[in-house]
Design a protein around this ligand. Structure first.
Ligand code: ATP
Ligand code: MG
Length: 415
């Protein structure tokens, strides 16, 4: 009898010196792992390497000795520190071939933006001689795919929003072509819980189902949880129901949709409008909301009132509130939300005022103290949060928290 073929295994080499910095999370590997896992292909290693040809080359040489699928992510950009193409060429002994058509497409992309393509972008026209270029609809660098001595090798752009569609389009069809069948999958998208807390809520549950694999992808204020099983059976259904109960209203979707899009959908569905009043986030909340295509259907706009004077003039926050409670207070957050709602006539309004740091904290209101106001026709409330991390993280978490507050309100009152 023929021996069954050895199971296929994969590894990821995440490239980019910035990914080695404290606090930077390599989410690309987890994303790729979650997709492979669904087809029963385990990841045997993930390596993070800096922007250095010799280091990348060595990592790839090691990967070639043990993995059937090898993913290199990042370093496909146009600049001097984008070295993945060169390193792969050296490690595999393959030439880089210039494809004028790819550069034409990049040039056309720039032209559509009314800009001239910088000469350095020509570097992105080089493809390994036996590789196929994989179209990148969200950026300039195409991905690359080749089979080398029986190994399937992918070169993928680093930015997750560029990498993910390429993986979804090409990896899944490749795995299917290789005769692998996807197992069943369940997905939860969670906001308002730190990863550690989400995991401690659900790990006692999923540990009891050893045949079901769990992957958690966390970024600030946003967690994705995948459960993967060989088939869609009772166990998976049972587990999913228990996890849903444990996570409660922290779950905002069971499909791949981000928080701002989910909030937008809910507002659009009830034909409601939203405005915002921001202080410490400097416009980031409005920026985030308007990332969603079609947000003009529900988002009216907002006011960025950093100074007390503007909070009074543009948001009708009373001087008494500012004097008594301070600009970073529940009372100010409520007044800001109510002020912008009245001025714009929106159905809902969110406000953010807080201390992003590094200075300005006090014993009573340390750095990371943030008040978020929510106002609608029936009530105005403010919530106090203590957000961890340095300035940029406090600001980012403030935005995620504000969106999540509105999301919960909309989900509670589905009218
Ligand atoms: P670009 O054309 O944007 O330079 P690139 O393919 O060269 O693309 P990198 O320069 O390596 O990619 O990374 C660009 C950005 O993508 C990084 O600053 C980071 O924000 C994000 N990124 C890169 N690698 C990862 C990773 N493994 N996980 C999550 N994000 C990543
Ligand atoms: Mg780059």
């Amino acid at each position: 009898m023929a021996r069954p073929p050895a199971p296929l295994v994969a590894e990821v080499i995440a490239i980019g010196s910035e990914m080695l910095f404290a606090g930077r999370v390599d989410t690309n590997s987890s994303f790729i792992a979650a997709h492979l896992d669904r087809f029963g292909v385990p990841l045997v290693a993930k390596t993070i390497v800096g922007d250095d040809v010799a280091t990348i080359r060595k990592a790839l040489a090691i990967a070639l000795t043990r993995s059937d699928f090898i993913f290199l992510t990042g370093g496909l950009g146009p600049t001097e520190d984008d070295l993945t193409r060169e390193a792969a060429s050296e490690a595999l002994g393959l030439e880089l071939v210039y494809h004028p058509k790819i550069v034409d497409e990049i040039e056309a992309r720039f032209q559509r933006l009314g800009r001239k393509m910088p000469e350095i972008n020509r570097r992105q026209g080089y493809v390994l001689e036996t590789a196929r270029a994989l179209e990148n609809n969200y950026g300039t660098a195409p991905g690359q795919y080749l089979v080398f001595e029986g190994r399937h090798i992918f070169l993928l752009p680093g930015p997750p929003r560029e990498l993910r569609p390429i993986v979804e389009r090409h990896l899944i069809s490749l795995l299917q072509d290789l005769g692998l069948r996807p197992g069943a999958r369940r997905y939860f998208r969670v906001a308002g819980l730190p990863e550690s807390q989400a995991d401690s809520l659900i790990s006692p549950i999923y540990r009891r189902y050893p045949t079901i694999r769990c992957t958690i992808l966390a970024s600030p204020g946003d967690i994705e949880i995948y459960f993967l099983a060989d088939h869609d059976g009772n166990e998976l259904q049972e587990l999913t129901a228990k996890v849903a109960a444990a996570l409660g209203d922290n779950v905002f979707a069971t499909e791949e949709i981000n928080l701002e899009d989910a909030v937008g959908r809910m507002l659009a569905a009830r034909r409601a409008t939203l405005s915002v009043a921001e202080s410490c986030t400097g416009g980031m909340l409005g920026e985030t909301i308007t990332r969603t295509p079609g947000s003009s259907a529900y988002f009216l706009g907002g006011v960025l009132a950093y100074s007390n004077a503007l909070k009074e003039q543009l948001l009708d926050v009373s001087p008494e509130i500012l004097a008594q409670h301070g600009a970073v207070s529940g009372a100010a957050a409520e007044a800001m939300a109510q002020g912008i709602r009245r001025r714009t006539g929106s159905d809902f309004a969110l406000s953010i005022t807080g201390i992003a740091g590094p200075d300005g904290g006090t014993e009573e209101k340390p750095v990371g103290t943030v008040f978020i106001g929510l106002s609608d026709a029936t009530k105005t409330t403010a919530h106090r949060y203590q957000l961890g991390g340095e300035r940029s993280l406090v600001r980012l978490l403030s935005v995620r928290t504000a969106l999540n507050l509105l999301r919960k309100e909309l989900q509670r009152n589905r009218s």
